[in-house]
Write a protein that binds this ligand. Structure first.
Ligand code: ZN
Length: 322
């Protein structure tokens, strides 16, 4: 893998993002991707949500089935929440917290199943923390190319109120809470939140043990960014860390390492194929995905998104595709 090339590109891009981020709602940022089968898609049909609540550590609770995972850290001054669930699950999330006040809410990224409860918790007094680019996605109507439709921006109350570009930390009671940017891994505004003392690491959709991994290329994600982000997460974790993805079961570091190694193999194979002018369908026909120990529910869709991301980043891996 051309790690050096990928890293130097990402650093350059981080600087570029800072410049971009200072200009709100550039035309190119107004189009955001949430495909129908993606985690961001939320049913308009009302449904009864019954969350599952599981204790991960002292004071740290996993609320799942809303429709993904939400994490709550309880301390003497209230709750720190990581993601707020879908809009139609927000009240169920709130009820699962036993009436304690949420003073801080993190959004791991902008997708609607992570941010649908933002307005509810904000109205109750929570500050919403997110990457500055996540705030931009949540501040404008955006286009969904896979559905050829526009999605209306959520209400102003749903927008993050505190943003950052790289990393930071805070205290919640005695707990050290660290957070940082995961550049271009799943969207272009992904972050991790690490409860350092409880050793619980929230990684959003940057790890995907259950669903097909999603490369939201329209917002700037690509497979190279995803591999780098997974390396950053592995550097934070140890063998005891409970790693919580947006969907699916809690992971160990070894499981995250296995998913990262699979992504490295696919990165090497698909960039090589892209260099040779091969399409997503060609890669599917060649059985590229059969080389890894993973059952893809929609293998063409995954490869299509991978290729779109590669084409947008071809200068990084030496591709000559234009
Ligand atoms: Zn997502």
């Amino acid at each position: 893998m051309k790690t050096t090339d990928r890293r130097s590109f990402l650093r350059a891009t981080l600087t570029g993002c800072a410049g971009l981020a200072s200009v709100p709602l550039l035309g190119g940022l107004a189009g955001c991707q949430q495909a129908p089968s993606r985690p961001g898609a939320v049913s308009a049909t009302a449904r009864t949500v019954v969350p599952t609540v599981e204790k991960l550590a002292n004071g740290v609770t996993l609320v799942s089935g809303v429709p993904g995972n939400v994490i709550a850290l309880t301390s003497s001054d209230g709750i720190v929440l990581v993601d707020s669930g879908a809009t139609d699950a927000a009240r169920a999330v709130k009820a699962s917290l036993g009436g304690a006040r949420v003073h801080t809410l993190f959004n791991t990224h902008y997708h609607a199943d992570q941010t649908g409860g933002n307005a509810l918790f904000h109205k109750d007094g929570a500050t919403i923390h997110a990457h500055v680019i996540t705030r931009q996605w949540l501040s404008t109507d955006y286009y969904v190319p896979a559905e050829d439709r526009w999605v209306k921006a959520p209400p102003v109350d749903a927008r993050p109120t505190v943003t950052f570009r790289e990393k930071g930390e805070m205290k919640a009671g005695a707990e050290r809470v660290e957070f940082g940017y995961l550049l271009e891994a799943h969207t272009r505004g992904d972050i991790y939140v690490f409860f350092r003392d409880s050793n619980v690491l929230a990684v959003g959709d940057v790890a995907s043990p259950l669903r097909d991994p999603v490369i939201d290329w329209y917002t700037g994600a690509w497979l190279g960014g995803r591999v780098d982000a997974m390396d950053d997460l592995l550097a934070l974790a140890n063998e005891q860390t409970r790693i919580v993805p947006a969907y699916g079961p809690v992971m160990t570091r070894a499981q995250l390492q296995a998913e990262r190694d699979m992504m490295v193999h696919l990165y090497d194979r698909t960039t090589d194929q892209t260099d040779k002018g091969r399409s997503a369908q060609d890669m599917l026909d060649d059985g590229v995905l059969k080389e890894v120990n993973r059952e893809f529910k929609d293998p063409y869709r995954f490869l299509y998104d991978v290729c779109k991301g590669h084409w947008a980043h071809y200068t990084n891996f030496g591709g000559n595709i234009v």
